[in-house]
Write a protein of this length. Sequence first.
Length: 198
Amino acid sequence: MARDMSPVLKRCRSLDLDPTFLGIDKKSNRNFSRAGKKVSEYGLQLREKQKAKFIYGVLEKPFRNNFEKAKKLKYGTTGENLMILLELRLDNVMFRLGYGRTRTEARQIVDHKHVLVNGKCVNIPSYVVKAGDVIEIKEKHKSAQRYKDILEVTEGRLVPAWLEANHETLTGTVKEIPTREQIDVPVNEMLIVELYSK
């Protein structure tokens, strides 16, 4: 399985991104400056796309597929639909519910078949959840030390309004499809749309 293995903080610096959006508390002490370098319009658009791909841990091909899907949706703008589709990925929902310290860890948990969606085992991180879906950690894994450690770290993290989490039973419900306003990701999706529509 192809993965982006670049150092996270280095990538955050180059994309001018706060690591907290990835669930990482570390800060980079180095200052990354592009002083005097004027970024072209294409450069800005590319950076926004790279930022979205990096935050959600999606590679180019699936990212483009999501973009094509977002274009075909009848409601909302393409950019907003793209962000909503990325937000509804199972690995991201696990991260948002607080059952993964980072999206990468949430992805691994899904990969290792620890997750049930509506009672069925799903091990596809890019699986798109729908409103009303119930997500839970398998019964046999619930008592694992791993989840106690994860919850200790994510306890203070705010669960978005469109999700409902029950940390006692390690379950979560998708109450509704999120709107763009509910997605706190610092990405200007309009630039991504402009990039792809060239």
